[in-house]
Design a protein around this ligand. Sequence first.
Ligand code: VG1
Ligand code: CO
Length: 559
Amino acid sequence: MDSNVIEVSTQPYDDQKPGTSGLRKRVAVFQQANYVENFIQAILEAAQRPRFLVVGGDGRYYSEEAIGKIVNVCAANQVQKLVVPVNGILSTPAASALIRSLKADGGIILTASHNPGGPEGDFGIKYNTSNGGPAPESITNKIYQVSKQLTSYKSLLKRPKIELDREGTQQVAQCQVVVVDPVENYLELMREVFDFDQLRRLFQRDNFQMLADPMNGVVGPYAKRILVDELGAPEGSLINATPLGDFGGKHPDPNLTYASELVDQVKANTAIKFGVAFDGDGDRNMILGEGAFFVTPGDSLAVLAANLDKIKYFQSRPVTGLARSFPTSPAIDRVAAELQVKCYETPTGWKFFGNLMDSGLMCLCGEESFGTGSDHIREKDGLWACLAWLSVMASTGKTVKQLVEEHWHRFGRDYFCRYDFEECEADKCQVMMRELERLLAVESPGVGVAKVFPLVGKLYAQGKYEVQETGNFEYVDPVDKSVSSKQGLFVRFTNGARIIVRLSGTGSSGATVRLYVSDYSQKELFAESREYLKDLLEIAYSISKLPQHTGRDQPTVIT
Ligand code: VG1
Ligand code: CO
């Protein structure tokens, strides 16, 4: 072994199991002795010793310390090249783009996405593979296995100090650390995907103004460079555009609750025709029209799917297929049917889209959790969604509201609502899920004996809803045939309405229950969403006994 490298003995931690999108915990957890080093050692071993990695993140509190530790462990493990953005700040989509364009073996992304940051907040580490996408379950499971058995990690004898405040190359033992501009590569990609001249003309129109809110997350510098410097939006088009380690004390989650500053400003100023907010690491987006007209993520995805011909990137390639996560509203399925392409239904989490894209089966996908993206990279992409909407508006001359309402007239409307019950007691949620599983996804009592589904055929809300099917969602990856089971308990009704209950895999303390309901109408297009879904929400409460189990009868966040 290299005389500069030592083995540091360590105790394994038993909680380093990556969730929906990497390992996310309170900062204090990551600050424990060797916690970061152990996890990085486990990644490098599980990912079969990558040689060239991109390392960066949303700039949240503890990022710089973590990057120092990562450089040390990587250099000691014979990683030969690390590309790090200035100040370690790199949006998740930009990281995906950079891994792909540099042909790196993968990337280590430091983010807890939309979770609050700061000393009391969350931190996170996620591994992405050479396609630029989150590591599949086969790798994340292995990381967890390795982490539980780890007795030592490799370190340089002399822990390195690296300068992240400017571009340049530094040598750390055998490893070359290259500090790069965080935006440049991503900007180049956006230039290929969108018609920047067309977007510039949109910003020159007298009657067009937009407001973008990066919520003090990583998107600030990207929005400034692309929207303002390149496309000519006035400086005042951005709020909260400086990345802050604690997001200014805010919860950087772009929804109607946490992005209320944007909502209020767009509502108050009718000159603003388009509003958009991004999450901490820049992969989520919320779209608003004039008067803060809210576009649900499911509708946003469907409208974009129906308008892909307005986006330069898609003008030279066929629409191969579409996809959405299981709980996402089926609005996009109706567009797929019209385009005569398949719409894949995957479990929650972007990692399930990668194989479909890599195999050319699908090129546009999204999740109900404000995630939209295409196969230009392998992560969801907030700024891409913003530029995609602007392109559709520029090309059609229509407002956000017109685009959405015309879509409903054409395809019918999918009403969707998600209730989040955050930080519930974990034990009680486990009991609820177990009981619900017994009711909805009964195991067969024995070989050759048919399963019994007690709710099937039952009528609810004076016969308005009849249960057609219940179960726990299971996904077989069409490419590698891997099976992911228990991805969400569901009740499907004969009219297509659905109720889904699952536990979040991104929280850092307690348990978060997510309840999703959706229904569809071809005739009633303008009802208030929660009103339209009132009966279903009541049915969901009564079947799941959620209030009795969790002691909550009101969600913390409604989408
Ligand atoms: C949530 C969302 C999921 C999303 C994930 C990561 O997961 O529901 O759709 O992919 O966050 O998003 P969960 O397990 O808490 O429901 V992000 O912006 O953190 O990368
Ligand atoms: Co995110």
